[in-house]
Design a binder for this molecule. Structure first.
Ligand SMILES: [Zn+2]
Length: 101
């Protein structure tokens, strides 16, 4: 157990929420585990920092009118990587080329 774990900012400690999962047999409703805390409801403080930075990164991208795809191209990374960054699942890195400020 991590003694310094804090409430997950993505699901507010709920560990997940209702969602729809689609597979080869069609779609069905089920409870989805939160991707940030993996359903535990708590995360390390570092992840909270990543979550905040990722959210700020997404806001800047939207303010600049760029899609996930455009931003990923500008940064030289895949959309999957950028998506994970914006969700705080991997460490967000600031704009390498000083795109904004
Ligand atoms: Zn969570």
């Amino acid at each position: 157990m991590e003694s310094d774990a804090v409430t997950c900012p993505s699901c507010n400690g709920a560990g997940g929420g209702a969602g729809i999962v689609c597979g080869s047999k069609g779609c069905r409703p089920m409870t989805l585990s939160c991707s940030l805390c993996n359903g535990t409801g708590t995360v390390a403080p570092l992840k909270v920092e990543w979550f905040k930075r990722g959210a700020a990164m997404r806001e800047r991208r939207k303010a600049a009118g760029r899609t996930l795809r455009q931003e990923a191209n500008l940064r030289g990374m895949t959309q999957v990587e950028l998506s994970k960054m914006e969700a705080g699942r991997i460490e967000p890195v600031e704009d390498a080329g000083g795109l904004d400020d």
